[in-house]
Design a protein around this ligand. Structure first.
Ligand code: XCC
Ligand code: SF4
Length: 657
């Protein structure tokens, strides 16, 4: 590799050390030659603040800010007397509050669109999945027999709005929680009331001079996280399915090779599906296709990135260009004529990279502008005005392309779009759709357990490497993997989401995958779609044979390359729901403190799951498998697995004979 050192980068790094994504590697090399900087350069030059990394500082008042010494955590306290445990708990609580706020903000936006669609004020979208509308309504106690769709939908709107606005009582989707899990929450007083209330209380309780008992704080932290997973995020997933369709498996191409040199390339990046849905309308408008052709293009090529991309990849089979860490490098191709973003995970660094290649970068949402990017606001009541304009600007950028285009020829083909409804159907068949076959295969040991591997990429670790190694190790050990977000994209690029990847699975899992024709790694969608995993867990409990609460299930979760506060909120709602959840990269606690012990052990003693941490994918897999085996043993199904594996090896020796 020829590598020139140009640009502001002070410290050099080996490109192959920061990412295993070959397309991103190729673009980082080009970026270096072109003198363009990305978050990989900035991460090398910005040493992570060691005090913040240990969560050992507090800036909640101006008697401080106060810095603790992580090497001697109990050696001093803040000016107000706050201990290291209080400081860390408050910091953790605020991260959870922010992450929860983001997901609820998104969910509420979806619910508002739903209301306006039902009331006929928005005409561009309509209710696509009436079956799901009815089944969810029934689940939360809305009468559906003999009523019009509009009436049911309005009741559903009013009921789900409580997820955000209710001040007393329990959020609507608490009705979906397995009774024993719910009972545990009630015992600790952590069933969420409404998101606004919980987030407000979390912020209030972390002010100077408020709650200074980490054991009391962790309860509100859990309640706040739960109103993400069983609240705002779940509403976002369910309403998006109702409006735009519930995903079912579809074969999709993932990686930068989905860009087309001879077409107008438009990328949508962010989190809310409506921008994408409207953009789909615009790129298919005959008049705009015609102008693209007049500009010399063969057509208009729409692709997704990050979670916006993951949603429409699952729902409509739209190609996906890459995960979070590739959002700057993809522009380096020179092939991106426009990038339209809405909310969340939009790095400000995009502005400069886009400038370098004269890529048109547009913000579209009132709650997320970027200094230096053009803003064309998307009004849900006339969304195509915004997306048409973006397409027109993209066509004009295509016509005036000044830069040589270099598109990495990398594409991973896989099957995505496994909603929990589809898992039900796939394993049970249309006549007896149920989770029984999944539970049976877990009980008989062909499938050892289920792992959710989710979350971001982070330039502090080698992009995709931790995700891919972890998942490979898990499936090799017969653990079925379900995925969302940027992690799913990492595995898609690596080819693990195709049914052929079953050969990489252990004998038991492989047999199940080959019988059903499914990949050993099931992509469920975006990060809010982590709630599909919660529902799948509830269904497994309901189906029977695997204990009475989520905490009894042989399951585990991981976010091996996370970077966002949203990921912390997700981790905490999985833990509070009963799932052992392991994070990589770094963990924001001071080692050897009471608060660390509370997260890593104490929560389990309260009947929840617990946190784990390990940056190494193989160690992480070991921890998750050990936990799954511990749960199998507690359920008394550990012996069955030995038997079935023995049977299978017998059968193989007979086959071979
Ligand atoms: Fe963002 Fe959702 Fe993380 Fe990816 S996985 S970097 S949060 S896009 Ni959600
Ligand atoms: Fe320091 Fe206490 Fe103020 Fe935090 S709240 S900055 S620990 S004085």
């Amino acid at each position: 590799m020829v590598e020139k050192k140009i640009g502001k980068t002070e410290k050099e790094f080996e490109i192959k050390d920061v990412t295993t994504c070959e397309a991103t590697q190729q673009m980082l090399l080009k970026a270096r030659i072109d003198g363009v900087e990305t978050h990989f350069d900035r991460a090398v030059n910005m040493k992570a603040c060691p005090i913040g990394a240990d969560s050992a500082c507090c800036k909640h008042c101006f008697m401080g800010p106060c810095r603790m010494n992580a090497k001697d955590p109990y050696g001093k306290v803040g000016v107000c007397g706050a201990t290291i445990d209080t400081i860390q708990a408050r910091n953790f609580g605020r991260m959870v509050a922010t992450g929860t706020a983001c997901h609820n903000d998104h969910g509420m936006a979806m619910l508002n669109i739903f209301r306006d669609v039902v009331q006929g004020k928005i005409k561009d979208y309509r209710i696509k999945d009436v079956g799901k509308l009815e089944s969810i309504s029934k689940e939360i106690g809305i009468e559906t027999e003999g009523r019009s769709i509009e009436d049911i939908a309005m009741d559903l709107y009013h009921e789900l709005e409580k997820t955000y606005t209710q001040v007393e009582g329990e959020i609507p989707f608490a009705k979906r929680v397995p009774p024993k899990t719910l009972e545990m929450w009630r015992k600790h007083g952590i069933v969420p009331r409404g998101a606004m209330r919980e987030i407000m209380e979390m912020l209030s309780r972390t002010h100077i001079g408020m709650d200074q008992d980490p054991e009391n704080l962790i309860k509100q932290i859990s309640r706040t996280a739960l109103v993400d997973g069983w609240g705002g995020s779940m509403v976002a997933t369910e309403i998006s399915d109702i409006l735009f369709g519930t995903p079912s498996p579809v074969s999709v191409e993932v990686n930068m090779g989905v860009l087309k040199e001879d077409q107008v390339n438009i990328i949508v990046h962010g989190h809310e599906p409506n921008l994408f849905e409207s953009m789909l309308g615009s790129v298919n408008a005959p008049s705009l296709i015609e102008s693209a052709k007049e500009a010399g293009a063969k057509g208009i090529n729409l692709v997704g990135m990050c979670c916006s991309g993951a949603e429409v990849l699952s729902r409509h089979g739209i190609p996906h260009a890459g995960n979070f860490s590739s959002t700057e490098p993809v522009i380096v191709t020179g092939a991106v004529d426009a990038m339209a973003v809405d909310v969340q995970c939009i790095q400000q660094g995009l502005v400069k990279v886009a400038e370098c290649y004269e890529t048109e970068l547009f913000t579209t949402n009132p709650r997320c502008h970027l200094e230096g990017a053009a803003h064309i606001e998307l009004d849900e009541h006339n969304p195509q005005a915004c997306t048409d304009e973006i397409v027109i600007r993209a066509i004009s950028r295509f016509k005036n392309r000044k830069f040589p285009v270099e598109i990495p020829k990398k594409v991973g083909v896989g099957v995505h779009g496994f909603s929990h409804e589809y898992i039900n159907y796939m394993l049970g068949g249309s006549f007896r759709a149920s989770y029984t076959p999944l539970n049976e295969n877990i009980i008989n040991g062909r499938i050892r357990g289920v792992a959710g591997v989710v979350g971001c990429t982070n330039p502090r670790v080698k992009q995709d490497y931790v995700h891919v190694e972890l998942v490979k190790e898990l499936i090799k050990n017969d653990v079925l993997v379900v995925q969302t977000g940027c992690s799913q994209i990492a595995l898609a690029k690596a080819g693990l989401t195709s049914p052929e990847a079953a050969v990489l699975a252990g004998d038991g899992l492989r047999e199940v995958c080959e019988t059903v024709g499914m990949p050993p790694v099931l992509g469920l969608g975006s990060c809010v779609d982590n709630t599909r995993i919660l529902i799948a867990c509830s269904e497994m409990v309901k189906t029977g044979g695997l204990g009475d609460s989520i905490a009894d299930l042989p399951v585990a979760g991981a976010a091996p390359e996370y970077m966002s506060e949203k990921a912390i909120a997700i981790g905490q709602y999985f833990v509070a729901s009963g799932v052992y959840t392991v994070f990589g990269v770094t963990f924001p606690v001071t080692k050897g403190t009471k608060f660390e012990k509370l997260l890593f052990e104490g929560l389990e003693e309260m009947g929840m799951g617990k946190w784990g941490f390990n940056p190494d994918p193989h160690e992480m897999a070991k921890m998750m498998i050990a936990h799954i085996d511990k749960k199998r043993k507690a359920l008394g199904i550990d012996k069955a697995r030995d038997r079935v594996l023995m049977d299978m090896s017998d059968r193989r020796s007979i086959d071979a004979a």
